[in-house]
Ligand binder design. Sequence first.
Ligand code: F6P
Ligand code: MN
Length: 330
Amino acid sequence: MSGRTLEAYLHEFTESSGAVDANVAQTIRLFAEAAVRMRLAINDGALGDAFSAVREAAHAHGDEQKELDVFADELFLDAARRARVSFYASEELAHPVALDRSSEIAIAIDPLDGSSNIDTNVSIGTIFSILPSKGDEAATFSQPGSAQLAAGFFVYGPQLAFALTLGRGTSVFVYSARLEAFVEAYPQMSIQETAQEFAVNMSNYRHWDEAVRHYVNDCLKGVDGPREKEFNMRWIASMVADTYRILIRGGVFLYPGDCREGYSAGRLRLVYEANPIAMLVEQAGGKATDGTSRVLDITPKGLHQRSPLVFGSSREVEKVALYLSGSSGT
Ligand code: F6P
Ligand code: MN
């Protein structure tokens, strides 16, 4: 094991910088500790308290919000409070929580991504975005993703992994139980430019626009079709896990808008899902769009607003944009 620890990485980051960066680094430290605690709760699976609540919620009340979501939200809120951030905006909460208004940074977070996989022993995660604080909640969370100071996600999978960007590239850390530390496993990730795999929920095929169907149809035609290559398909239904795979071996992820009620802008939330993923992907040399335009340029109109999302290998994301703008040429 030769990589730097997360602590060494953060230390290097703060050495030559000011108070805001120190606040960012401290937040990341405390989030990393929270992720280790999440991992312990998840490891207990059906034997632990968090999961018995999941079963009760799902079966007794048909409740969408699982107990593990709430556990995660409370854990990361507590970490944000100790990190002294100004506002904590979570997928789990209708409104941001005001913490230390004098702080210059704010958090937007999806505490438990991939919640349909909680009780199936499939990877789930936590996604977060760190933004400069702008005095009030509305101004802070209506900044475009390009304003983010840092972004990251944890994957609670076969490994506890952490993808992080501080705006100087994207690194992936893996938690070493032996060292009791996150260790940098992939410094300066670089997503390959071309893709052989696409990730999309194919069961929505009939709800998509013709242009999305056209793109997927052409991928399915493989080497004999206009794309002249074979494509593989993967859909984990945990965006963190799909993103992790794309960081490691390339590919493209699509969650377009569709014609189901409430899905005209897809499923994913701009401020605490699409934006942090887009920053991590761009910092690793990939691209992220709403189908045609750069995600990080969108000005959010609401904390929980959705955005169509396409990201991954740069040339494939560009290809999708050609199809969606009607100029695929095939
Ligand atoms: O958080 C939303 C999410 O669970 C993502 O992690 C995942 O990519 C997507 O929704 C799954 O959507 P669907 O249920 O349509 O497969
Ligand atoms: Mn999510």
